[in-house]
Design a protein around this ligand. Structure first.
Ligand SMILES: [Zn+2]
Length: 273
């Protein structure tokens, strides 16, 4: 049982459809015994479901999933709360988490594409695929995805490069990441990001895996690489601290939900003894 994304402008919610209701960056969930779940239409306690601007996003088993952005400060029924997706990882079933991540990407796009960027006229949904078209000039708009590289750099088959980011208010280290620039290959991007952020050169770049990352509307493309040359010199802008870490001396690490953590777990598995 997985979340299967789908597009169908005719889909109508039924009583057992799941409602992914967002308020800003948080999702409405219902407390269950030891975790949380996304409410169904009948279980949501909201009487005016018919009046919501619902977007069909796909299904989990035979249940259709609809996403909607709610107004801030809405009154919610007893037993429900709005939580961020990071808070929900691990305490909500995986298919519901996947549906929530998908919705989290689609909902802002819907709001940000109401008008045509070329002529300012209204847009409307395309009939056959997830996209919109300007009613006046015909410009077609699709949900944007920003590719981002993330890389585990290993030195001497025993040390992992980890950095503490400036934008993070917590003391947490991670592998390096950065957005792909126009005209770059992914491998170029890996070399450039590592060079810019910590001043070292890498070699033997290998594909590791990928993960849609709804929080920054990205697709994270993960790589492993070997240290080639240079001394760590942090740029002070993106990265405030960086260093080489042995597997048994790793600092505070990112959430299990992230591919950055999968890369670090790969390092421990591969070079951990
Ligand atoms: Zn237009």
């Amino acid at each position: 049982m997985n979340f299967i994304a789908d597009y169908n402008l005719q889909a109508e919610p039924t009583e057992d459809s799941l409602l992914l209701m967002f308020e800003n960056n948080t999702l409405l969930v219902e407390q269950t015994g030891d975790g949380f779940q996304v409410p169904s239409v009948t279980g949501s306690g909201f009487p005016l479901v018919d009046e919501l601007d619902l977007h069909y996003i796909g299904s989990i088993a035979d249940k259709h999933c609809f996403a909607v952005l709610m107004e801030s400060g809405i009154k919610i029924p007893e037993g429900f709360q709005f939580l961020s997706l990071i808070q929900l990882f691990g305490s909500i079933e995986d298919p519901q988490f996947a549906a929530a991540c998908f919705a989290y990407h689609i909902i802002p796009w819907h709001w940000n594409s109401k008008y045509c960027g070329r002529c300012g006229s209204l847009t409307q949904f395309l009939a056959e695929e997830r996209g919109k078209q300007c009613v006046e000039c015909g410009l077609v708009l699709y949900p944007g995805i920003s590719p981002c590289i993330i890389v585990a750099v290993v030195r001497n088959r025993k040390e992992l490069l980890l950095a503490e980011l400036n934008r993070s208010d917590r003391m947490r280290y991670s592998v390096l990441a950065g957005f792909v620039e126009t005209g770059e290959t992914l491998e170029h991007c890996v070399r450039r990001e590592v060079r810019e952020e910590v001043g070292i050169e890498v070699r033997n770049i290998k594909y590791f895996g990928s993960q849609p990352w709804a929080f920054s509307q990205s697709l994270m493309v993960a790589f492993t690489a070997e240290y080639d040359s240079g001394e760590i010199t942090v740029d002070g802008k993106e990265v405030r601290n960086a260093g080489w870490f042995l597997f048994d001396q790793l600092p505070s690490l990112p959430s299990k939900a992230s591919i950055s953590r999968q890369l670090i777990d790969w390092f421990i598995e591969e070079y951990g003894n």
